[in-house]
Design a protein around this ligand. Structure first.
Ligand code: GTP
Ligand code: ZN
Length: 219
């Protein structure tokens, strides 16, 4: 997936190191958004790479958006951390792949807006309507850095680890060659089941219909 020499670059490679993790040893590469007009400019994004990916076609790739509340604090309101863990262990099982970790907190609306949306959700709004009440888009993410990150490793095509058809459409529109999608389906708990149902019902995610009693009970 070469980026054309005429197209503006949105990112640059900055640094890399080996990173031993509970799933195995990954190579961590840091990129920075550079284009002045790019959404979330000057953010540092990460490619977490496992195995030999150079020149590969059909490489398993998870394009993952930052979630401080779930991934750092263990919030049970979403499935982001479970999806990240699932993607990392699946990539290791498959022998090669990468997670592109993009700093687009709260589907791109930022941390404070996401916390405002959570406050509205505690008053009964779902995740889509909470954003709308705040005058924000349902999904403000952009993925311009993705083809450039993939081109850095000369990745030819990917198997996209997602349930989200909008993410697939946006990546394809940017020239990313997606051979197929690999589902990333997690087990809901009583705090996340409404959020996961909203993804299915209002955002078109390819997820199974769930009954409330299927949620894992937590404290
Ligand atoms: N605005 C908003 N963002 C949320 C909420 N819960 C999680 N997020 C953010 O949603 C992003 C993850 O998006 P999802 O739609 O869950 O998943 P996805 O990556 O688009 O889809 P998959 O690839 O199938 O996982 C992360 O940036 C989270 O911070 C919420 O209630 N409101
Ligand atoms: Zn989350």
């Amino acid at each position: 997936m070469p980026t054309s020499p005429e197209s503006p670059r949105h990112s640059e490679w900055l640094a890399s190191t080996d990173l031993p993790t509970s799933n195995g040893v990954f190579a961590m590469h840091v990129f920075r958004t550079t284009a002045p007009d790019a959404t979330h400019s000057h953010q540092e994004h990460v490619a977490l790479v496992y195995g030999d990916v150079t020149g590969k076609a059909g490489l398993p790739v998870r394009v993952h958006s930052e979630c401080l509340t779930g991934e750092v604090f263990g919030s049970l309101k979403c499935d982001c951390r479970d999806q990240l863990d699932m993607a990392l262990s699946e990539i290791v099982r498959l022998g090669a792949g990468m997670v592109l970790y993009l700093r687009q907190e709260g589907r791109g609306i930022g941390l404070s807006n996401k916390v405002r949306a959570y406050h509205l959700q505690s008053r009964g709004y779902d995740t889509v309507d909470a954003n709308r009440v705040l005058g924000l888009p349902d999904d403000a993410r952009s993925y311009e850095v993705v083809p450039e990150m993939l081109a850095h490793f000369d990745v030819r095509s990917i198997r996209l680890m997602t349930n989200n058809p909008d993410k697939l459409a946006k990546l394809t529109a940017l020239g990313v060659k997606v051979d197929d999608c690999l589902p990333v389906i997690t087990e809901p708990n009583q705090h996340s089941i409404g959020y996961i149902q909203t993804k299915r019902q209002r955002m078109g995610h390819a997820l199974p219909e769930l009954a409330e009693e299927e949620a894992v009970q937590t404290r």
